[in-house]
Design a protein. Sequence first.
Length: 261
Amino acid sequence: MPEAPPLDAGLVNFRDFGGCPTTTGGRVASGRLFRSAHLSGLRTEAVSALAGLGLGLIVDLRHEGERRREPSRLPPGLDRRILTAPKDPGEQGEAPHVSALARAIASGRPAREIMIESYRRSPFEEDRVALFTAYFRRLATLDGAVLIHCTAGKDRTGLLVALTQALLGVHRDDIFAEYLRSLDAFDALAASLAGWLDAHGLGADAVDPALLRPLIGVDRDYLEAAFAAIEAEHGSIDAYCRLRLGVDEATAQGLRRRFHI
């Protein structure tokens, strides 16, 4: 089993999202499916640990502007294994929780309401659909492990991890349990958002904590909103993956062969 990076080595919200039982009585393999927040602040120990994970693919879900501001620090050679969105959709190149904060401050609307709207839209946004399609195509034939990340590793990453687990037959309760584990990184993610506030002339003490909590954390209702939108449009997660993302039965079977034990 690969050794996880030290907790103080700059790799935030990192974990293996394999190891779950499946609805067919099997189990998803451990040591092959990883997730995290951004990779720009890694210290030497974390870079070395990443090199030992056997990564064949890194999925960077950030917008182009985020990637420019905080370029990833990776072991040699891994920069050639990165999958990114084919185009930047706008939103000033910010993470969803940061965009939601800006909109909440400007409009006075509840941040939680804005986050739920963002989750409802996300499965159908053009750049997400294109990136998810490419990801599943690569994943089915991948030689090695995969690491999915965005800026905080909780919203965009949370949705793609949930879709991956759903296709692998993980029970929905376990999907939500995995999603909610990002709450364990709340303090580190709060510190990161405080940096954004300072950069925009807004001290964290000047912003109502009740506004920040729904943005920094995760909420079951957020992912429920994404799943409900998918099911309203397509009837099921499997149908969405087939019709929107091109995950036909052969691809789905390939995924299960590679990641079931």
